[in-house]
Design a protein around this ligand. Sequence first.
Ligand SMILES: Cc1cc2nc3c(=O)[nH]c(=O)nc-3n(C[C@H](O)[C@H](O)[C@H](O)COP(=O)(O)OP(=O)(O)OC[C@H]3O[C@@H](n4cnc5c(N)ncnc54)[C@H](O)[C@@H]3O)c2cc1C
Length: 460
Amino acid sequence: MPSVPVQDPAGERANTSPCAGIVGAGIAGLSAAIALRRAGWDVEIFERSQFKNEIGAAISLPSNAARVLDHWQFDLQKAAPVPNQSVRLVSADQLTTISQEDYPDIAAQLGHACWSFHRVDLHRGLRDLATDPAVQDDTFGCPVEVRLGCEAVGVDCNLGKIQLADGRAVVKDLVVIADGAHSRLVGNLIGHEPQLQVAGRSIYRWLVPMSDVLAHAEARKLYVDELPGFLNLQDPAKGVFWISYTCRGGDILNNAVVHRTQAGEGDQDLWHSPVSKEQVLSMLDNFHPSAKSIVNMASEDGIKAHHLFTRPPLASFVRGRAVVVGDAAHAMLPTHAAGGAIAVESAATLEVLFKGVDGTDEAVVSQRLQLFDKLRIPRCNLTMLVSNAGPQALDNPSVIKEVRRFYSGPLPEQGSQPWGAQFRELLFHHDEYRAAELALAQAPLLENGGAKVESCAIVG
Ligand SMILES: Cc1cc2nc3c(=O)[nH]c(=O)nc-3n(C[C@H](O)[C@H](O)[C@H](O)COP(=O)(O)OP(=O)(O)OC[C@H]3O[C@@H](n4cnc5c(N)ncnc54)[C@H](O)[C@@H]3O)c2cc1C
């Protein structure tokens, strides 16, 4: 087990473990860090923020991602996710059920349960897995170093060099760009400015104690005697969709109201723009009073708004010694609740492809990154394109044509609903460990590798 630091004070390489630098400690960056640590790499994360703002929202991780967390022995007891076992579509005004699907046996169907987490609980659990010295076995790299308040301003993908805002630069065997939907650094990988597009849709989101909902004579009827999962209240006339589900052991109800962006709401600070209850209620004027009462249960300043963004698909996620993951690689709308999940899946790919790799061997690193592209471009771009095209994605031939540029496998039938059985099968019944192990087994053996290069040093 390596026990020396990745870099010594003189900036010389201090040990023989391969080393990776990750920009961004969101779900994608932390997951990549856990995966590479498990693969025997020493990992350093550079995170711009101080993690002072906790995100008051939940996230649903379907089977494809939940199985990866299980593989890592993620502490489920601490995070207390709620299983997702149903999806209900209900009219906003009359609360009439439009469709309902219960899938209590989803774990048997998809090979694993689907879970809903409070984002803070998921993030903490990932950070623990990355950094805890007690999470260790002989093949792991050192506990991950997370450098908070450490902004990266550029990446030289060919050299594996990360330029930091404080003037220093670090050189790594592998650089993972995970700086989110507003990524600046992905431009260094694709060779031009990323084209972030405003989706014209925004989200109001807030959490309320489930005890308050259950104490309300009318609101409680929306949830009692139902399996945990998505409740989707729809107002098609105004194009408003309110998705709610429970997290943190069922104690918290997560609410997300997707709507056409209103003037003056949301900004680049993704999760933290406050919005008044009056503004939310005016958007929900067609909604039944029992639903509206849940808006009034939000704490003062508890409701936030932000814009949603999309980006055109990338043809490659890799360059030189660098790879881009998460929203930096594929910014998507939350139609299928799949953006974070697919980033966790990509971490599993990194774990399999980089296990035991000599980071100084350029040929092997390059081969593994090419394999990463081969595995991840079809899956990630498929998920992004069907998410960004909205619930009727597959009714649109131009969306299918775009999907077919990257993905050649089966697609759900026209009219299939997000989180319906066919989409669940396509997006969530996927075992990335198996896929990556198969791809690796079929890849040509590289004997002797390529040129050895010296890295893992502070160079400025
Ligand atoms: C309303 C909503 C609901 C969603 N629901 C779901 C869901 O149910 N299921 C699901 O799977 N997905 C969901 N998603 C998508 C999911 O939230 C994202 O895909 C995921 O959070 C992206 O994680 P990330 O690590 O790529 O990016 P981020 O979480 O944005 O993390 C990027 C990190 O990089 C840091 N950073 C940025 N620039 C720099 C820099 N220059 N230097 C250093 N650090 C930097 C940031 O501070 C941040 O910590 C949802 C998204 C939205 C908007």
